[in-house]
Design a protein around this ligand. Sequence first.
Ligand SMILES: Nc1ncnc2c1ncn2[C@@H]1O[C@H](COP(=O)(O)OP(=O)(O)O)[C@@H](O)[C@H]1O
Ligand SMILES: [Mg+2]
Ligand SMILES: [Zn+2]
Length: 326
Amino acid sequence: MSSNGFEKDTENIKNVENIDNNENAENSEATAKSGESCGESCGESCGESCGSSCSGCSSYKNGGCNEGKKNPFLAELNDKSSIKNIIAVMSGKGGVGKSFITASLALKYAKMGYKVGILDADVTGPSIPKMFGIHKLAGADGKLIYPEVSKEGIKIISVNIIIEDETEPVVWRGPIISGVIKQFYGDVCWGDLDYLFVDMPPGTGDVPLTVFQSIPVAGTVMVTTPQELVELIVTKAVNMTEKMNVRILGMVENYSYITCPDCGKKIEVFGKSSGEKVADKLGIKLLGKLPIMPEIAESVDEERFEEGDISYIDEIYENLKEAENQ
Ligand SMILES: Nc1ncnc2c1ncn2[C@@H]1O[C@H](COP(=O)(O)OP(=O)(O)O)[C@@H](O)[C@H]1O
Ligand SMILES: [Mg+2]
Ligand SMILES: [Zn+2]
């Protein structure tokens, strides 16, 4: 490992933080003024089409409305960037396919013509850059960090492209990780994005909490598998999301079945799918079920993911778009 590189990079991150903190003082004054018309509950009174979810409204993001002011942890986005929608992909635990579904959705949205970014918030287990075959280091100019861009134009930021040796485990403590996540949102030159997908770390611990507190997530997609103690785990994640005042857009059941290569029959390897039942009980929309797709796992391993067929995500995409508009 190049310990120099590590120190240099964390040093860079610190520098960026210092510069931006100074600037924020000026910015927040200006945005507070412009948001004064925003009412108590944000609702319609701020003139933004923020609907029921305050966190999606730009007035909220800038700390302009009263709802926004209640959250002192919200990171401020740099003035080179504007992001219309932030969707977080989360689950109760690891290995369920969050990163895979994040990447698939991002790619689908990009193919549909949207400007898309991925914020890899799984700081200790980042897997997004490798999926897209990205190994270059992100650039930085002492003020902003520049994301790497995939073949299809997806802007990507991850700890893996900040640290020189991507095989080195991240051993940072909580407060540093929180700082990194805030900077991955606020200090990255995202430009104009229609969608930023946040690949969440597993579970409902400190880091997911930081994401919800510091990034104005408009909605979440829950990922589950049939072999999880689905109800308990999903319920926890749902409770967290609701507590943080974030909308749940829907649920995806991954590893739901395999398709027999000979006769096309669906085999539920992990037992009967409980996706519908759990979704129903929790009042969440089931966006779709994904089978185990060995050929896809292979393309991910070989970093050919972006070139492959992603029609498996189409139905989930349609349902998600519908949920966004509700
Ligand atoms: N439906 C699927 N079919 C085949 N492989 C999958 C599927 N979903 C995920 N994988 C693979 O399983 C592994 C774990 O998925 P990942 O998205 O990294 O999980 P998480 O982010 O929840 O920890 C990855 O190698 C991924 O490519
Ligand atoms: Mg992951
Ligand atoms: Zn068969």
